[in-house]
Design a protein around this ligand. Structure first.
Ligand SMILES: [Zn+2]
Ligand SMILES: [Zn+2]
Length: 472
């Protein structure tokens, strides 16, 4: 098996406070155990493997998901319910046969997810529908067209097909935060088909009462039930609540899925039954080949225009032109990797710094990267410097990666990553870098910078650094 084809998910570790990369397939094992019994039919387990994978992929930043809501730069954390102690114990207690079954469910559905329009769906499921699943708008308020009501009698043998509990009126009133009227002995209560037609005399004694389908006079009722007086009232104190099904009824009915599998249906047929209009597909290859999918990057070629204060080489090479060339190459390469790229200028024109900042703060890219060439009165000086704003840790991390690759893959030397208080770095509300790629005042480097191939290598290195930063 090719290890590289495996997908890793970023998990926050609470105890150590660090990020751990885990194989998606390993996490799926745990999720399946949290979703359904291992005794389920293998086709039902495969359906669960695909559901688990779909929900994970949908969450992962790598695939454009929102990631963990609680931990930055993570997809999940080790506090997820499916990574809890009881699931871990379940996993450890698996017989060899069941462990093989679990692995088979995952391997036989390798890379498969449930999609609509090529996007992973919100693959909901519940224990037992009790006769029909539910439309999404009745549960979560939004109309999701693949979460439609379907009839299901497959779950009749579920242990949760029917259930009943008893609850005190007092508890019900507390949980619902509602009050039942205090009953006085001379008040009437009617519970349709149970207690009806209570007739009292003028002083409050019950003259007759209908209970169930029989009518009693007050004295008869008092004597038969051996109560103290015909001056009484009736109020319920406990309710018995009978339920059918278990869970919210959204998406796949677990016990129904198992029965379908027992009846010879495949995981595909099962999933297509409970999710309307879906496609089961391999995780989009371009997704894997597009490590920057979902990222928005703003590239800022410095200077531009006629009165530009850019550096000019001894041979007349202009900073504003070279950085624009690099920016365009960078745009192509980053877009190939799946990113959305915006340039602050696409031609040799004057764009005020304040305008660049304004646009960036409107677009709010993941990163804003300014490109420049450096100058020094001593023409022998050369190399790259990268600047970031103080305390911008994300920028430092990105700068480290870019610098490492740039100084390895090209002959540009590392002159350090430094803090700066430049206008753009300070005023922009997102992480940003200012890269002084090379010294144009060094005649030797000026010659190199006129070589398209060299510029290509520079932009490739920067792209690689960005991919490395976002790598999972
Ligand atoms: Zn069902
Ligand atoms: Zn400059």
């Amino acid at each position: 098996m090719n290890k590289d084809k495996h997908i890793y998910i970023k998990m926050y570790n609470h105890e150590k406070g660090n990020i751990i990369e885990r194989l998606v397939e390993d996490v799926i094992e745990m999720i399946i155990l949290s979703q359904c019994p291992i005794e389920f039919n293998i086709e039902a387990l495969k359906a669960n493997a695909i559901i688990a994978r779909t929900n994970l992929i949908r969450k992962m930043k790598l695939f454009g998901g929102e990631g963990s809501l609680y931990h930055e730069n993570c997809d999940i954390c080790d506090g997820e319910h499916y990574l809890g102690e009881n699931i871990l114990q379940k996993y450890k207690a698996l017989s060899e046969k069941n462990l093989n079954k679990l692995e088979k469910a995952i391997n036989d559905t390798k890379n498969l997810i449930i999609t609509v329009n090529n996007k992973p769906i919100d693959a909901r499921f519940h224990d037992t529908c009790g006769g029909s699943t539910e439309n999404s708008e009745n549960v979560i308020g939004t109309k999701t067209f693949y979460l439609r009501r379907v009839l299901c009698n497959y779950c009749k043998d579920s242990p949760n097909w029917q259930n009943e509990i008893e609850m005190d009126i007092k508890e019900i009133s507390e949980r619902l935060d509602t009050r039942f009227p205090y009953m006085n002995a001379t008040e009437n209560i009617r519970i349709n088909n149970f207690v009806q037609d209570i007739k009292r005399d003028l002083l409050g004694r019950v003259a007759s009462i209908k209970i169930g389908d029989s009518k009693f006079n007050g004295i008869d009722f008092k004597n038969k039930l051996d109560i103290d007086s015909t001056r009484f009232s009736i109020a319920p104190e406990r309710l018995k609540i009978r339920t059918r099904g278990k869970g919210d009824g959204l998406g796949l009915c677990q016990w129904g899925a198992n029965e379908m599998a027992n009846l010879g249906k495949s995981y595909k047929q099962i999933l297509e039954y409970y999710y309307t209009g879906i496609e089961i597909k391999e995780i989009d290859k371009p997704c894997i080949n597009q490590p920057l999918k979902g990222r928005i990057l703003m590239i800022d070629p410095g200077h531009g225009g006629n009165s530009s204060q850019d550096v000019i080489g001894i041979d007349g090479t202009r900073e504003k032109d070279i950085v624009l060339d690099i920016a365009k190459l960078l745009k192509n390469q980053l877009e190939e990797a799946g990113a959305k790229v915006i340039l602050t200028r696409e031609v040799d024109e004057y764009v005020p710094l304040s305008q660049r900042v304004k646009t960036a703060n409107e677009i709010r890219p993941n990163f804003f990267i300014s490109l420049h060439l450096n100058s020094y009165h001593n023409s022998s000086i050369h190399g790259c410097e990268i600047y970031h704003y103080k305390n911008d840790r994300d920028s430092v991390n990105l700068a480290l990666r870019i610098m490492k690759i740039l100084s390895k893959d090209t002959d540009i030397i590392d002159r350090g990553i430094k803090i700066a208080d430049f206008f753009i770095l300070r005023e922009i509300g997102v992480s940003s870098l200012h890269i002084e790629v090379e010294y144009l005042t060094n005649p030797d480097r000026e010659k190199r910078l006129k070589d398209k191939k060299f510029l290509q290598n520079i932009s490739k290195s920067i792209t690689k650094g960005i991919i490395e930063y976002y790598k999972y």
